[in-house]
Design a protein. Structure first.
Length: 123
């Protein structure tokens, strides 16, 4: 059964690139949301194996860490693995402090380190 991934807050080109990257490496299906409301609603309606949140949401440039905080504060969905998508190390560190797994940046798709981060979840 394919792993279920929720991609949050990425523009169409980035969502397409993420989808291409993940589906070429793993047996997975990617769904997309754009903000806090639809993300939390989707997470409560379906089970996901991984949530990928853009550091700055394309829709309104909201900080993706705000959605991360809301996910981790809700006991019904807090256990789902979450990664922030950003090339900036300081934002990765801040996300880890909020309960996320260490994520990756859009410039790191083909790096072996990115695949190693994803294999335990998407294997």
């Amino acid at each position: 059964m394919p792993k279920q991934i929720l991609d949050v807050g990425n523009c169409v080109p980035d969502h397409s690139a993420i989808t291409q990257f993940l589906t070429s490496k793993f047996d997975c299906e990617i769904s997309q949301t754009h903000g806090p409301e639809d993300t939390l609603s989707m997470l409560k309606a379906r089970e996901f194996d991984l949530v990928l949140i853009n550091r700055k949401l394309d829709r309104d440039y909201t900080d993706g860490a705000e959605i991360l905080k809301q996910i981790k504060a809700d006991a019904t969905i807090a256990d789902v693995p979450v990664m922030i998508i950003t090339n900036f190390n300081e934002h990765q560190e801040a996300a880890v402090e909020l309960g996320a797994m260490r994520g990756f940046g859009k410039l790191e798709f083909e790096k072996s380190e990115t695949l190693e981060k994803l294999k335990p979840i998407l294997g």
